[in-house]
Every structure is written in C-alpha cells, then in structure tokens.
Design a protein around this ligand. Structure first.
Ligand SMILES: [Zn+2]
Length: 218
C-alpha cells in the first residue's frame, strides 16, 4: 500500500512538475537522470582535487558550459529537482574514482538560516540527502552556519579564507567520533569553505573525511 501511494504521489508530481534534464533543462522520462544527448557528452573521468589538509574532493564535472549553467539554475532558478540527478552523477564519480563508498555519515556545507529561508532550500543539503539515499547511508546535520558572511564568489582567495572563519560550528559531535564522513557541496572553487568545514569536523573528533561536489572550478 505504501508503495502504491508513493507511485501515485510521483505520478501527480510528475504531471505538474515534469522531470527535467539538469544539463539542458528539457523534460525527460522521470526514470532518467539526463537526456540522451547530454548523457553522451558526459566526461569519462571524474576530477579529483585536494583541498587544504590533503582532503580528497571528487567532482563529476568542471564548472563550465552546460554544467555551470545547470548548477546556476539549481541554485538561483528554483530547480531544486535537479538534486536527484546531480546526486546520481556525484555517487558515480566517487565510485569511479576508487573512493570507498562505505561512509558512516553523509553531511553538507550548511547555509545560514536566513539565506535558506530566502532561497527556500539548501541545495547542498538536497544533494547530500539524495546521495545518502543512493548510497544507503545516513544523512546527518553535522555542521551549522551560525553567522552570516559575505558571498564567497565576490572575494579573492585570501579574503575567502578569512571570510569563512568563525561562521560554522559542529553539531551532533557525539555521533561523529572516529566516523568516516562525506561532505557534499555544489561547487568547489578555492576550497576555502570545504577546508573550514573539514577542519571543524576533524577537531570534533571525526575520522576520515572526504568531499564531493557537482562542479570543480577550472
Ligand atoms: Zn540534456
């Protein structure tokens, strides 16, 4: 009965809000994660970068062309529904990079409460929740952004590092001790935000930490 209701709910949802290919925004079969044309052009090899502290960060795409446009629509044009398809790309990228997918928890870069209310959602949290579902892992709110700061993309590298200091704090510390945690965000540029988040989690007693994002800046 539960599954029948879920099916009905999805049917109604898809009728009013059809599933779209995140990379070109055309309507696609709700069972698919991208249109045929965009799937054909996916990069074969994921990108691996290392942020401060030697933490591995994996991304399926570079932040350019249709991928950059897709992430912008996801963040600024109310395309929250892209989260599911992006999470699929993210989990695939982690798997093909040889990352052990056996995490204890999946979390995200948090958004300040006021900003979240304004946007209606935290795109990184949506991604993290879908990744947790795909990887059959537990999602946890491990961090909180308790202070507003300037928007990162308007700042230089040094300013970005300074801008993220003292704005995040750990939550659920007792659960995180010695655990393997995956932190999800939408984009990595200089890595300042992810570096600050991983530093806080490490100080809180987390074990191994890995990061994954949809796009990595060139
Ligand atoms: Zn497409």
């Amino acid at each position: 009965m539960k599954y029948k209701l879920k099916g009905l709910y999805e049917f109604v949802l898809n009728s009013f809000f059809p599933v779209r290919c995140p990379y070109c925004d055309i309507v696609i079969d709700p069972q698919r994660y991208a249109c045929g044309e965009c799937s054909k052009n996916f990069p074969e090899i994921p990108i691996t970068t290392y942020i401060e502290g030697g933490i591995r960060c994996v991304a399926p795409f570079l932040y350019k062309d249709s991928y950059a446009e897709a992430v912008k629509r996801f963040k600024f044009n109310s395309r929250a529904q892209y989260a599911k398809a992006f999470a699929f790309a993210l989990v695939n990228a982690l798997g093909s990079s040889g990352v052990d997918l056996n995490f204890d928890y999946i979390t995200c870069v948090p958004m300040h409460k006021e900003q979240r209310i304004k946007r209606g959602y935290n795109q990184s949290q949506l991604l993290a929740r879908h990744c947790a579902e795909l990887m059959q892992t537990v999602y946890i709110d491990a961090l909180e952004k308790f202070r507003q700061n300037q928007v990162q993309h308007t700042l230089s590298g040094a300013e970005r590092r300074k801008n993220v200091k003292g704005v995040y704090r750990a939550l659920n510390k007792e659960k995180l001790k010695d655990k393997r945690v995956l932190i999800i965000d939408d984009i990595v540029t200089t890595g300042s935000t992810l570096a600050e988040c991983t530093k806080i989690l490490s100080k809180s007693g987390c074990g191994e930490i890995c990061c994954a994002v949809v796009c990595c800046a060139e």
